[in-house]
Design a binder for this molecule. Structure first.
Ligand code: ZN
Ligand code: ZN
Length: 346
């Protein structure tokens, strides 16, 4: 069934916040945030706002010197990972409004708007890195990699597809699949790239870049929690939508994402970066997939992987000891139609 795009202003809308729905509700489209239904929305919003950061506040002068001393394999991986990240954040910035115009709860509209803003900041941070760390000709090369690198081109097209499908054919099913694609992007696709930067920084190389990445990852974590809660709410409010067929399609998306991410990680690393091996990437991405699936009510896809093989990444990636696990705790409150006042949340 085709979904209806929100009216910019809907005088027939319902103000009763208890009747809000994630999609298919009858919203006035006014931001009334004194009474909220989804308290997780305000929790995520607060966390996102507290995370505000400015890319230029991190100095990158040393990285420009370090870069020249990197091995060929390290430079190649650095360039390709950045090229892919430029793609991911551009896509996110452009696509989030496509979801948002069908979401009928202002506390969730709020989060998606802030998320789009943050993805744009991430894009700008890559611009800053490329301006500061590499030469102008290298910068051009990195922006253009997808044209000449078939691997990257194919990857970018595959990732765009579910978003494009929903934008062209906005059905509830495509919405659910688009949300899954977003959840995978935030929770799987960023990760082998991020861990590559941490591996370098652990050897005291490119530490400024790693610091930029830490701030980006801290934002991505709130996006992950946002989509986890949206997915669980969608499922709870639309049980008929979640047929076995849809669930299978979601799992298929995850399985191919895992395979693509592992292949990508191995392609950029080529066993040529100290501390990262093909096998480690394989186990790490499968571990992440199990964890992501568990958070939205699916069983582990790779039950043989029960432990994080790169545990140090969790500690290494945190900014100011931010407790990353806090947000990955299972959501418990999303189902309640509460009268919670948002001032009571902190
Ligand atoms: Zn981002
Ligand atoms: Zn994100």
């Amino acid at each position: 069934m085709s979904m209806k795009r929100n009216k910019l202003f809907n005088p027939e809308g319902d103000r009763d916040f208890g009747k809000r729905r994630l999609i298919g509700g009858n919203s006035t489209n006014l931001f009334e945030l004194n009474n909220i239904k989804y308290d997780w929305g305000m929790t995520v919003y607060r966390a996102m706002m507290n995370n505000f950061w400015i890319p230029e506040e991190i100095p990158l002068g040393n990285d420009a010197k370090d870069y020249k001393l990197l091995s060929d394999a390290e430079q190649r991986a650095y360039d390709k990972v950045l090229s892919f990240l430029v793609f991911l954040d551009s896509l996110q910035t452009a696509n989030l409004p496509n979801f948002n115009q069908f979401v009928t709860a202002p506390e969730v509209n709020l989060c998606l708007s802030v998320q789009a803003f943050q993805e744009a900041v991430h894009s700008q941070s890559y611009g800053y890195i490329l301006d500061t760390v590499v030469s102008a000709s290298k910068r051009e090369l990195i922006y253009n990699y997808w044209r000449e690198d078939e691997f990257l081109m194919k990857r970018n097209l595959v990732i765009t597809e579910p978003y494009e499908k929903f934008a062209n054919e906005p059905t509830e099913k495509n919405f659910a699949l688009g949300m899954m694609a977003n959840y995978i992007l935030e929770g799987i696709y960023f990760y082998s790239g991020f861990s590559f930067f941490y591996v370098l920084a652990r050897q005291e190389k490119m530490c400024g870049t790693a610091q930029e990445i830490r701030y980006i990852q801290r934002d991505e974590l709130t996006h992950l929690v946002l989509f986890q809660n949206m997915m669980n709410t969608l499922r709870q409010e639309n049980p008929d939508l979640f047929t076995d067929e849809l669930k299978q399609e979601m799992l298929d998306l995850m399985r191919s994402a895992v395979e693509n991410e592992i292949a990508w990680g191995q392609y950029i690393i080529r066993d040529g970066i100290l501390g990262l091996t093909d096998e480690l990437i394989d186990r790490y991405i499968k571990y992440l997939a199990n964890r992501r699936l568990g958070a939205i009510g699916f069983p582990a896809m790779y039950p043989e992987i029960t432990k994080n093989p790169m545990e140090w990444v969790d500690a290494f990636s945190s900014v100011n000891q931010l407790k990353t696990d806090f947000f990955e705790a299972k959501p418990t409150a999303y189902s309640k139609a509460s009268n919670l006042d948002w001032d009571d949340l902190d």
